[in-house]
Structure formats: structure tokens, C-alpha cells
Design a protein around this ligand. Structure first.
Ligand SMILES: Nc1ncnc2c1ncn2[C@@H]1O[C@H](COP(=O)(O)OP(=O)(O)O)[C@@H](O)[C@H]1O
Ligand SMILES: [Mg+2]
Length: 274
């Protein structure tokens, strides 16, 4: 049997803080070019998992990206393979949007080498694709949350990683920008074979873009598989503790994954309403 071309494989991955296990028994493989989204309630361990995959959080077990054990890799070797876009970044002070995006090229520069024409070309192209050109000269400190989220995505993309790790990439974006950013990531995946692992808050959007979903519940994988197998009403209701209705995909209407709609809990009517 021919093994699939796994870009990422995590085996029996666990993260502990002192005596507390934040995530555990995580087995996850991601094929090159695939998009996997991690979903789960607040505090389920989505960010912790992403940080472990990126080598930022110490872990037990194994995480291999492009054949390299993440915890043993040098920052430079890691930066050639993966980029992580975090949710609450620490941004340097007094830096323009363009210069911040240019920092994404750092791992590709030699010792004391400054950016060349190719680096600047890549940055300009990415600013254009993310409609960030009008903001290029702005101080990053003056950006809105959504603008900053797009700038950080641009910085990660010019790094040209094989694996793109996105922690709730659309949480600060309005409807139009959500679709724009996710569609751009999807195009880059198709054009350049970038592999994507994202955490997503919105279940319908997660199912729309990902090939596979991983549902986390209290640090463990409750289910993983194609969106239609994970976004099942009874499972989502049990884990999120709220009533939902799930509509099946309808590609003719531009919906390639299930839609998860929230329902208000049924309450006994109040006497004054009768
Ligand atoms: N450094 C830490 N020390 C103690 N608990 C932590 C630490 N980091 C995260 N946690 C806890 O681990 C759980 C999972 O957190 P997180 O991965 O951020 O969840 P999610 O991203 O799914 O909302 C939460 O209960 C959080 O409070
Ligand atoms: Mg999180």
C-alpha cells in the first residue's frame, strides 16, 4: 500500500501545564494541499493544538512537519516549513504595514543580507491581493482589528510556508472580508499547494472551506472527518450544549458544506403571554 503524502502528522500529541492536561491523545495527519479546520467550544484546546503544531508550545508525543520533528527544529528551518497567524499578536511599535509584511521574508534572507527585488515584489503582490495597498504606508498601530488580521495573513503568506496555521483567521472580519480572506487562502492552496490547518469559530464557514474537520471537546478529538460527518446536529448539540438545525450542502446555491443554524431553546410560555 502506498502511504499518502502526509505533510503533517501528529501522534499521541499532548500538552500539559503543570498537572493539568490541556489537550491529549491527539492523532492527526494532514495530506499536502489539504485544508483541515479545527472546531470546538471555547476552551476546547484549539489554540493550544495549533501552538503545539507550530512548535511554540512544548508538547509530549510527536509532531512532524515535512519530515521534521517540530520541537527539535531550528526556528529558521521551521519558518521555511510553516507560518502561524495568531489571534492576538504582539506587534512591533512604529512600523508600517509594508515593513511588517516584509518581515515575513526574514527566514529567506542570508546572514546580514537585506531584502532584494524578489522580496519586495512578493510583498507588493500580496498587499495587492489582500487589498492592503491603501494601507501600505500606515503605522500598524492605527489599524482596525480586521485590517490587522489581513496584514498578519499577508506577512505569513510572503513567508511562502508549506503549512499555513491560522488561528480563527476571520474572527475580526465582516462578512465580505471573511469570504475574501478564506477564498484567497483557498486559491493559494490550489495555485501553490499550500496546506492549511485553521481553527474556526463559525461552523458553517469551517465546513464550507475545509476538506476535513476536527472537532475538539475538552482537549480530545470527539470526531474528525468530512464536514457532513462532523457537523451532525446531535453531535454539535451535545458538545456545544445548544439546540441547532443543520441544513445539507447545496452546491447549486454556493454552499459546499452543511449550514449550522442556531435555535433558541424552547421555554415554557410565561403566564402573561397566554
Ligand atoms: N498556559 C496555560 N495555563 C493554564 N491553562 C491554560 C493555559 N493556556 C490555555 N489554558 C487553558 O486551556 C484550555 C484550552 O485553551 P485554548 O487552547 O485557548 O482553547 P480554545 O482556543 O479552544 O478556546 C482553556 O481552558 C484555557 O484556559
Ligand atoms: Mg482559541
Amino acid at each position: 500500500m502506498i502511504e499518502p503524502d502526509n505533510l503533517l502528522s501528529a501522534n499521541d500529541l499532548g500538552v500539559w501545564v503543570g498537572p493539568t492536561q490541556l489537550i491529549g491523545a491527539i492523532d492527526l495527519t494532514v495530506v499536502a494541499g489539504e485544508w483541515v479546520s479545527v472546531i470546538g467550544p471555547n476552551g476546547a484546546g484549539k489554540t493550544t493544538l495549533l501552538r503545539a503544531l507550530a512548535g511554540i508550545t512544548p508538547y509530549f508525543g510527536s509532531v512532524r512537519v515535512a519530515g521534521l520533528e517540530v520541537s527539535a527544529a531550528s526556528p529558521r528551518a521551521l519558518a521555511h516549513r510553516l507560518a502561524l497567524v495568531v489571534q492576538s499578536p504582539i506587534v512591533p511599535e512604529r512600523i508600517t504595514v509594508r515593513d511588517l509584511v516584509l518581515l515575513g521574508r526574514t527566514a529567506h534572507l542570508g546572514w546580514l543580507q537585506s531584502e532584494g527585488r524578489h522580496d519586495h515584489w512578493l510583498v507588493d503582490r500580496m498587499l495587492a491581493r489582500l487589498a492592503l495597498e491603501p494601507l501600505a504606508a500606515r503605522d500598524v498601530a492605527t489599524l482596525s482589528g480586521g485590517e490587522l488580521q489581513r496584514v498578519l495573513l499577508a506577512r505569513a503568506l510572503v513567508q511562502e510556508p508549506q503549512l499555513l496555521l491560522l488561528d480563527e483567521p476571520t474572527s475580526a472580519l465582516d462578512l465580505g472580508h471573511q469570504m475574501e480572506v478564506l477564498d484567497l487562502v483557498d486559491q493559494l492552496r490550489r495555485e501553490h499547494g499550500v496546506t492549511v490547518v485553521s481553527t474556526m469559530h463559525d461552523l458553517s464557514l469551517a465546513g464550507e472551506f475545509a476538506d476535513r474537520l476536527v472537532l475538539l471537546d475538552r482537549g480530545r478529538i470527539a470526531r474528525q472527518g468530512p464536514p457532513t460527518e462532523v457537523l451532525e446536529a446531535d453531535l454539535v448539540e451535545r458538545i456545544y450544549r445548544t439546540p441547532v438545525t443543520v441544513l445539507p450542502p447545496d452546491p447549486a446555491q454556493g454552499r459546499h458544506g452543511p449550514v449550522v443554524l442556531q435555535r433558541r431553546p424552547v421555554r415554557p410560555s410565561r403566564p402573561q403571554d397566554r
